[in-house]
Design a protein around this ligand. Structure first.
Ligand code: AMP
Ligand code: ZN
Length: 112
């Protein structure tokens, strides 16, 4: 997707503050963090949102979910963290390449 900013990050055409990468996933710091630690886990493949996922994405979605606690621990979020997936404009999604927010640290983020 030539006009997708997260695809451009995957392609190395835009910078990011990378914290993790494998053959399917990329993780980087959110540019406008909600909390002391705020990571975005994205698939390298362009998938618009959770609403476009099908059973063939089950394994990939599971990998994203299991990566969240691992990276939270590595970033010192010992007392807990929040995960967030915004889906569609009505769900507050602004970047239409699926991503899981993982954030915490500092004040509790229970209000979000
Ligand atoms: P959402 O509302 O779930 O679509 O969230 C998109 C998130 O992407 C927001 O929290 C933005 O701050 C973040 N974001 C947008 N552009 C970039 C970028 N170039 N690098 C890192 N994070 C970004
Ligand atoms: Zn994309």
């Amino acid at each position: 997707m030539s006009d997708c900013i997260f695809c451009k990050i995957v392609a190395g055409q835009l910078p990011c503050s990378k914290v993790y990468e494998d053959d399917e996933l990329l993780v980087f710091h959110d540019i406008h963090p909600f909390a002391r630690v705020h990571l975005l886990i994205i698939p390298k493949a362009h998938i618009v949102s959770l609403a476009e996922c099908t059973p063939e994405h089950e394994r990939l979605l599971g990998r994203i979910m299991l990566l969240a606690p691992r990276l939270a621990k590595e970033h010192g979020l010992d007392s807990g963290f929040k995960t967030l997936l915004n889906t569609g404009r009505g769900g507050g999604q602004e970047v239409f390449h699926i991503h899981a927010h993982v954030f915490g640290g500092g004040d509790p983020v229970a209000h979000i």
